[in-house]
Design a protein around this ligand. Structure first.
Ligand code: HEC
Length: 330
């Protein structure tokens, strides 16, 4: 081997090693080798009156499935679903994203909905991010949050979805363009251990479960859980940023149980109207007890100093690295 060839080989080898290290510590290997996923099982969730009730409570209340899967009347405060189209799916434009995102029809229609999907296909989509067709589901569908849903509650959700009246609503398929279609392959993660139900008699434990599953948009900025900062643009009107719901003075330290419940039921904080992307139209279906438990838990989470005020003009915020109202005050 000549000296030049040796040098060339060593250089090439070093580049490969460097590239491998770079990939491992940045986007990981999933974009190239495909998402983590488990094989489907033939499990079946028996329909019981308890599961139907619990499933309705979760789907139409806490989990906010209709926010994305139902066409909404956005010009009405609280954005009720278009009657007769509940959970029949819709195209969801994402500003700046190349491609089309579609929240599918999850009513049991055989041709255009979930009528032919098995229980485990639906359960795996909800908690693990792999669709009925084995595809990586675009992580706008909050499966990273829903993976905390207990096995019992997952069964209840699937049983309830199966009980819906089928709605015939043909929609285009989701199409995410390069390179995002590869990058999202890192998001799915199988649920391989049982997810036990929390002790519903323990208000703090129940509150934590409810807040974790129901208040995801407020925890979208990883380093500041419940500190807000997710910018939300879409058909609901003005772009708004999720609020800080911790007890810091820049958050909701001035709330008490009554104000918390009233805000989540009405979408008004005093005279101030909340954007309908805050799903008070659905969270209003939670019981007083559950809303109180949610607030009891929120009062214990670490306080985050992060002022967000959607009534002010958007300015750069160094905490969440985005522009939002009162961003320059942080
Ligand atoms: C923030 C918006 C949003 C919410 C809330 C949401 N979804 Fe989705 N969901 C989506 C989108 C978008 C997709 C499709 C993504 C894709 O095609 O890659 C999806 C996909 C799915 C699928 C996968 C279908 C398939 O192709 O196999 C199921 C099932 C599903 N959602 C059920 C639910 C249920 C049940 C809830 C409530 C517990 C829920 N979703 C809440 C946006 C949402």
């Amino acid at each position: 081997m000549t000296k030049t060839r040796k040098i060339l080989l060593i250089t090439l080898g070093s580049i490969c090693v460097l590239l491998a290290v770079a990939i491992t510590f940045t986007i990981g290997w999933r974009p190239f080798i495909g998402p983590r996923k488990r094989a489907l099982t033939d499990r079946h969730f028996e329909s019981t009156p308890e599961r139907l009730l619990r499933g309705r409570y979760l789907v139409q209340g806490l989990l906010g499935c209709e926010t994305c899967h139902s066409p909404k009347q956005w010009s009405t405060h609280g954005a009720p679903s278009v009657p007769g189209m509940e959970l029949a799916g819709q195209v969801l434009p994402v500003p700046g994203l190349p491609g089309t995102i579609v929240a599918p029809n999850i009513t049991p229609d055989l041709e255009t909905g979930a009528g032919n999907w098995t229980d485990d296909q639906i359960a795996r989509s909800i908690r693990e991010g792999i669709g009925h067709d084995d595809r990586t589901i675009f992580p706008m569908m909050p499966y990273g949050t829903y993976r905390k849903l207990s096995d019992d509650d997952t069964a209840a959700v699937v049983v309830f979805l199966r009980s819906l009246p089928p709605v015939h609503n043909a929609l285009p398929k989701t199409q995410v363009k390069f390179p995002v279609n590869y990058l999202v392959r890192g998001a799915p993660e199988p649920v391989t251990e049982p997810v036990h139900a929390v002790n519903l008699n323990d208000a703090m434990e129940r509150g934590k479960y409810l807040a974790t599953l129901g208040c995801g948009c407020h925890s979208a900025v990883q380093k500041i859980p419940f500190g807000g900062g997710e910018s939300l643009s879409g058909p609901w009107g003005a772009t708004v940023t999720s609020a800080n719901i911790t007890q810091d003075p820049s958050g909701i330290s001035y709330y008490d149980d009554a104000l918390f419940i009233k805000t989540l039921r009405t979408g008004y904080v005093g005279a101030r109207e909340l954007s309908s992307i805050m799903p008070f139209g659905e969270l209003q279906n939670l019981t007083d007890d559950d809303l109180k438990a949610m607030f009891t838990y929120l009062k214990t989470v670490p306080q985050v100093k992060h002022r967000v005020d959607n009534t002010l003009a958007a300015t750069y915020c160094k905490i969440c690295k985005q522009k939002h109202g009162a961003g320059d005050q942080n």
